[in-house]
Design a protein around this ligand. Structure first.
Ligand code: FES
Length: 122
């Protein structure tokens, strides 16, 4: 049984001004995480769903990015204004926000899925 029903990883990486790879932090990641945490708490979801700020998640071209676990959905270009939809639809109803999804073919590292690692043994 997982500790949280869903975890949302929000990239807060900051490479500084003008870096060619960009930075999720500088494109709205900080505001996004603040809004997400606030809205999850306001909705009484704090103990069930966790929003975590991270360093680079490797999908910099699509920032700010959010990875939702356990279903491994990647959202890109997410802004604080998307948070109500993210909570109402994805977190609470399990619906994918298709307009924010980073397609598999655009994800860095997705090609490794062809060589999957063995599942963890418990
Ligand atoms: S800077 Fe956010 S994914 Fe790399």
């Amino acid at each position: 049984m997982p500790t949280y029903q869903r975890m949302l990883f929000v990239c807060l990486n900051d490479r500084g001004d003008g870096h060619p790879r960009g930075s999720c932090s500088r494109s709205g990641g900080e505001e996004l995480l603040d809004r997400l945490r606030g809205d999850l708490a306001d909705r009484g979801l704090k103990g069930h769903v966790r929003a975590v700020g991270t360093r680079c998640l490797g999908q910099c071209a699509h920032g700010p990015v959010v990875n939702v676990q356990s279903e491994d959905v990647w959202y890109g270009g997410v802004q604080a204004s998307d948070v109500p939809d993210l909570i109402d639809r994805h977190v609470l109803k399990g619906e994918i926000l298709e307009h924010l999804v980073v397609p598999d073919e655009a994800l860095i590292g997705k090609d490794h899925a062809e060589q999957p690692l063995p599942p963890v043994k418990r």
